[in-house]
Design a protein around this ligand. Structure first.
Ligand SMILES: Cc1cc2nc3c(=O)[nH]c(=O)nc-3n(C[C@H](O)[C@H](O)[C@H](O)COP(=O)(O)OP(=O)(O)OC[C@H]3O[C@@H](n4cnc5c(N)ncnc54)[C@H](O)[C@@H]3O)c2cc1C
Ligand SMILES: *[C@@H]1O[C@H](CO)[C@@H](O)[C@H](O)[C@H]1NC(C)=O
Ligand SMILES: *[C@@H]1O[C@H](CO)[C@@H](O)[C@H](O)[C@H]1NC(C)=O
Ligand SMILES: *[C@@H]1O[C@H](CO)[C@@H](O)[C@H](O)[C@H]1NC(C)=O
Ligand SMILES: *[C@@H]1O[C@H](CO)[C@@H](O)[C@H](O)[C@H]1NC(C)=O
Ligand SMILES: *[C@@H]1O[C@H](CO)[C@@H](O)[C@H](O)[C@H]1NC(C)=O
Ligand SMILES: *[C@@H]1O[C@H](CO)[C@@H](O)[C@H](O)[C@H]1NC(C)=O
Ligand SMILES: *[C@@H]1O[C@H](CO)[C@@H](O)[C@H](O)[C@H]1NC(C)=O
Length: 518
């Protein structure tokens, strides 16, 4: 049966694209004359901070983008504020002159135009790179612009760590605004207890559980909707050393079965407080591997999960910084032509291998393309982890299935720009197929993890309940009444406008919710 559910899902996907096309006409394109006049005036206002193409500062910003597709967009200039006051001035300027802009911290969001812009200007946050550790209070004040490697490095002498990214070059801001996955303390964003943020009218405010508490809640799933964050205040945790490993096995029935059995135990263990695991299946250069990434917050190695001999194995006991840069960094390249897509499902070993193998079939015609790799990865949202997200807009949506969940990342990489169109189409096809497959098996959850999502996925419609989405809209109206950020801040994910009658309320979504048991 090409089930009713699948047809609906395909329809739904078509509806998504249609709505998306209407609401976001070519979000990354700006008339060249606007970029030129805006950069000219901006440069007159803050001459030492504005850089055009060809300057070392502009080029350094450019090279920082992870995805090579992002590196192929060229803003007319970049502006590099060193303080919240500078950011405020830039926002006021953009508003007064109707200048479109993008905001970039680490530059690691995957899709072109997510944190870069063709024409217009990029606000390059890398100079807001404060890392102030208070040993007494067990806190750290972080500027948005540091890569996590610098944060972990600064923390090493104090024997503390915090809930940051697992890859060093990822930026503080984008990671925390999309919210993920520390080992056990809930999302990264769940450990932020105060934000300093520049609002649409340029005012600089603090948001925490007592001040601007509605904004505080929204900022935990902010995307590019509420403000430009100039400081994150986070809790730290004592940690002198951890153990981490990345181990790759040949992809066989035995290795995948052993890895997935172990993973299911981990994914259902709600009492776990110190172990992180992720699994990925990777097709590269014609061969398939099954890999496991493991971290133990206690500095003790974990037992092998299979007796299959490893192909490659990295492991280390040491400070978070060293484990991440020497071990975990081996899991991903430092730049790539790439396209990502993500779905969230319940834990099911057959589903995971079937998705990977289904992906291989979909990509068969592209097998011979230069540098082609296909990867699927899984990471857990145990029920206990989901409870850690109670203070965030995604909580109600995440807990709806009342199940331990996993986020599945689908990722293709390649090297020839001539293959961009075919690869993108195949990733979208793969994503829609995988989602339909999970739906048919009654395993699909509505939630979509922002930081791994494709440009075309509807984050807010899927990851926040309709009620919470209405609340997010009201809060957005309160802090940005004239929609400055909606209009001028390009990239990231936007909250759909009021009056939007897409999947979250339409009949299609009800069917999906019904058949996926949400
Ligand atoms: C190699 C690699 C490894 C990764 N590893 C992890 C991981 O371990 N865990 C995980 O959860 N995710 C991971 N990710 C995903 C990553 O967290 C997201 O892509 C994240 O958005 C990157 O943050 P950034 O600051 O580098 O991104 P950017 O591309 O600079 O920004 C991302 C978004 O945030 C906005 N933004 C940037 N700065 C600010 C600011 N100061 N205020 C408001 N908005 C801002 C941008 O406009 C953009 O919309 C990884 C990605 C890559 C490429
Ligand atoms: C930028 O911020 C710094 C530090 O607050 C300040 O000294 C400087 O005057 C600001 N420059 C502009 C142009 O706002
Ligand atoms: C950090 O831990 C190491 C090793 O356990 C110890 O030698 C060092 O004194 C600790 N430093 C601080 C500041 O606690
Ligand atoms: C792996 O399992 C599948 C299905 O269970 C089976 O068809 C296949 O022959 C097995 N392959 C090997 C190499 O054992
Ligand atoms: C790819 O595989 C071929 C043959 O199997 C081998 O000669 C080549 O070195 C491999 N390339 C890489 C980059 O691993
Ligand atoms: C774990 O696997 C590695 C690599 O296959 C092997 O070298 C090591 O001896 C194994 N350890 C144990 C305790 O079996
Ligand atoms: C800026 O916006 C905030 C939030 O809407 C508001 O509280 C504040 O009064 C505004 N400031 C100015 C100077 O208009
Ligand atoms: C939801 O499922 C129930 C029971 O399976 C069914 O009776 C109902 O018609 C379904 N609703 C929709 C909107 O499909």
């Amino acid at each position: 049966m090409l089930s009713r559910a699948l047809k609906l899902l395909l329809l739904l996907t078509a509806a998504y694209l249609c709505v998306f096309a209407q609401e976001h006409p070519e979000p990354s394109e700006v008339r060249p004359s606007i970029g030129t006049s805006c950069c000219h005036a901006l440069s007159a206002m803050m001459p030492s901070m504005v850089f055009s193409n060809g300057t070392p500062e502009y080029d350094a910003r450019h090279m920082t983008y992870y995805s090579l597709q992002q590196q192929e967009l060229f803003p007319t200039c970049t502006v590099m504020p060193t303080s919240a006051v500078n950011v405020s001035l830039i926002v006021k300027f953009a508003n007064a002159n109707q200048c479109p802009f993008a905001v970039a911290s680490g530059g690691h969001m995957s899709w072109a135009g997510s944190s870069n812009i063709e024409g217009g200007f990029v606000i390059d946050m890398r100079s807001l790179n404060q890392i102030d550790i208070s040993v007494q209070d067990q806190t750290v004040m972080l500027g948005p612009g540091s890569p996590w490697t610098n944060v972990y490095n600064a923390m090493t002498p104090f024997n503390v760590t915090t809930t940051g990214a697992r890859i060093n070059t990822v930026g503080v801001a984008g990671f925390l605004l999309g919210a993920f996955a520390s080992v056990t303390k809930g999302f990264g964003a769940d450990n932020v207890f105060n934000y300093e943020v520049v609002l649409a009218n340029g005012s600089i405010v603090e948001a925490n559980k007592d001040m601007n508490s509605d904004l505080f809640w929204s900022l935990k799933f902010a995307g590019s909707n509420y403000g430009i964050v100039t400081r994150f205040d986070m809790n730290t945790y004592p940690s002198a050393a951890i153990w981490g490993a990345v181990i790759s096995y040949p992809y066989t029935n035995q290795s995948t079965s052993d890895l997935l059995t172990d993973y299911a135990n981990y994914g259902h263990d709600d009492s776990n407080t110190h172990i992180f695991k992720a699994i990925s299946f990777v097709h590269s250069n014609g061969t398939d591997t099954a890999s496991i990434v493991e971290v133990n917050l206690n500095p003790i190695p974990l037992a092998n999960v299979t007796s299959v001999p490893a192909l490659v194995s990295f492991e280390l006991t040491g400070p978070t910084h060293d484990v991440i840069s020497e071990v975990i960094a081996n899991a991903l390249a430092s730049t790539a032509r790439t396209e990502w897509y993500t779905i969230t499902t319940e834990i099911d070993s057959d589903l995971f291998t079937d998705i990977y193998e289904g992906g291989l079939k979909i990509f068969e015609p592209l097998e011979d393309r230069e540098g082609f790799t296909l990867a699927t990865g899984i990471q857990s949202f145990q029920k206990s982890f989901i409870e850690g997200a109670a203070g965030t807009p995604v909580y109600n949506a995440l807990k709806q299935p009342n199940a331990d969940l996993v986020c599945i990342l689908l990722m293709a990489t390649w090297t020839n720009p001539a293959d961009d169109v075919a690869m993108k189409a195949a990733v979208l096809q793969f994503g829609a197929w995988a989602e339909a497959e999970a739906l048919n098996r009654g395993l699909l959850a509505s939630y979509i993890y922002l930081n791994y999502a494709n440009e075309q996925q509807l984050i807010y419609e899927r990851s926040v309940t309709p009620n919470d989405l209405n609340t997010m809209r009201k809060i957005q109206k309160k802090y940005d009444p004239s929609g400055v950020f909606t209009q001028l801040w390009r990239g990231g994910y936007k909250i759909p406008q009021e009056g939007y009658t897409g999947p979250e309320t339409g009949p299609g979504f009800a069917e999906v919710q019904n058949s996926s048991g949400l």
